[in-house]
Design a protein around this ligand. Structure first.
Ligand code: S3P
Length: 444
């Protein structure tokens, strides 16, 4: 039985607090959780996953792989058993991936190499996001699909006779790379994906653990990933590492709230994911990273953050792939810094769960922060010692990261900050409210 996610819905307000303190395990990583379910469902046999993120996005993927023929069982908190049969079959009904871009895009790639037909759907936010970036390369491999002008719903007809391709995606996207590699697991030869800017490599790291012939190598600022098709995947047991993108909210809260000292343990320290932490260091943040072992082929660290005045900096465009999900919360941190923070190369933010560039700018403007917004850049004029006024209401636009960023801002601002709807937080970080309360946050 795959549990439904209880979610906190409706407006919420975060009020200024005197200090935040404590030590918490980082929530499990969303990207790794999706992939662990998919690879386990592709394998022939039984895999056990521990510390799986039980968020709405990930349980949507669990339901989808069950509908595609795997046996999926929850044994206890974070503990799941997945038995795959080495091949997927047509699901009885549409696969509803909810809000999950990673879920839908990687599953389309993974399903494409089987003899099946599947319809993919999602919520309002996911249905507005571009799918052609995945369907176009899949078409080159021989996959047939019908979509609503490149958006969901998508009807996909898989094939056991896919052609291997050599492809350079026009956008820096781990989801695009991964969808092609997933399809390449079944293609007739070697499929290659060439990235001009390296994106997160969780697919390439995890696939060999399940016996796939897949690897990646750095190529200047970019990366070349390859997979040879034809192997039947073997089961594997793994534990999911902590999520640096989710950990960023408590870390940010500690940086902007006076006298705070917060530690998040077991955070994945991956160069394709830790751009925010490098930027925070450049802004003068008091961060300590302590090695904390490895999990599922990933290095872990405990991250401690103490509050202090930060300085605005220029964040170059080539940093974007390593911190693509962190711009809303970085824009909040920048609002508290002294001086301007200039963030460039942000066009991809407009294709996320919401137009995150416009939504981040609106969030700050509604709370008295001066910003300049361009097609692909954002300048935040930090309030510094004067403090962030706050007092505004943030429109979250079905976007979990906007909701969490707005609430974090309220903890350090002069006046409380409200968000219109907290429901989407459950898509990536169902423990957000409990974790923030444990650190001393006032969110009601
Ligand atoms: C993800 C890749 C990123 C990121 C998303 C998770 C993944 O998306 O924004 O939250 O797990 O591969 P893009 O590949 O569209 O940049």
């Amino acid at each position: 039985m795959i549990p439904a996610n209880p979610s906190v819905s409706g407006p919420r307000t975060a009020s200024p607090v005197k200090r935040l303190a404590g030590r918490l395990p980082a929530p499990a990583d969303k990207s790794v959780s999706h992939r662990a379910l998919m690879f386990s469902a592709l394998a022939d046999g039984t895999s056990r996953i521990s510390n799986l993120l039980e968020s709405a996005d990930v349980t949507a993927t669990a339901r989808a792989v069950a509908a595609l023929g795997a046996d999926v069982r929850r044994d206890g908190p974070g503990a799941w058993t997945v038995t795959g049969r080495g091949a997927w079959t047509s699901p009885a009904g549409p696969l509803d991936l909810g809000n999950a871009g990673t879920g839908v895009r990687l599953l389309m790639g993974a399903a494409a190499r089987f003899d099946l037909e599947a319809v993919f759907t999602g919520d309002e936010s996911l249905s507005a996001r571009p799918m052609a970036r995945v369907l176009d390369p899949l078409a080159l491999m021989g996959v047939k699909s019908r979509s609503r002008d490149g958006r969901l719903p998508v009807r996909l007809t898989g094939s056991r006779a896919l052609r291997a391709i050599d492809y350079a995606p026009p956008v820096a996207s781990a989801q695009v790379k991964s969808a092609i590699l997933m399809a390449g697991l079944g293609a007739d030869g070697e499929t290659t994906v060439r990235e001009a800017h390296a994106t997160r490599g969780h697919t390439e790291t995890m696939a060999p653990l399940y016996g796939a012939d897949m690897s990646a190598r750095a190529d200047g600022a970019g990366l070349v990933a390859r997979v040879r098709g034809g192997r039947v995947l073997t089961p594997h047991d793994l534990a999911v590492p902590g999520d640096p993108s989710s950990a960023a909210f408590a870390i940010a809260a500690a940086l902007i709230t006076p006298d705070s000292d917060v530690t998040l343990t077991g955070v994945m320290d991956n160069p394709a994911r830790n751009g925010l932490y490098a930027v925070l260091r450049d802004m003068g943040a008091d961060l300590t990273l302590t090695p904390a072992g490895t999990r599922a082929g990933e290095t872990l660290v405990d991250i401690s953050a103490r509050s202090g005045m930060l300085t605005g900096i220029e964040v170059a465009a080539d940093r974007a792939p390593s911190m693509i999900d962190e711009y809303p919360i970085l824009s909040v941190i920048a609002a508290f810094a002294e001086g301007a923070t200039v963030m460039k190369g942000l066009a991809e933010l407009r294709a996320k769960e919401s137009d995150r560039l416009a939504a981040s700018a609106a969030m700050l403007a509604a709370n008295g922060v001066r910003i300049e917004l361009g097609e692909d850049y954002l300048v935040v004029h930090g309030c510094g010692a004067g403090g962030v006024p706050g007092g505004g209401r943030v429109e979250t636009r079905h976007d979990h990261r906007l909701a969490m960023s707005g609430l974090v801002m309220g903890l350090g601002a002069r006046e409380p900050v409200s968000v219109d709807d907290a429901a989407m937080i459950a898509t990536s970080y169902p423990g957000f409210f409990d974790d923030m309360a444990a650190l001393g946050a006032d969110i009601a």
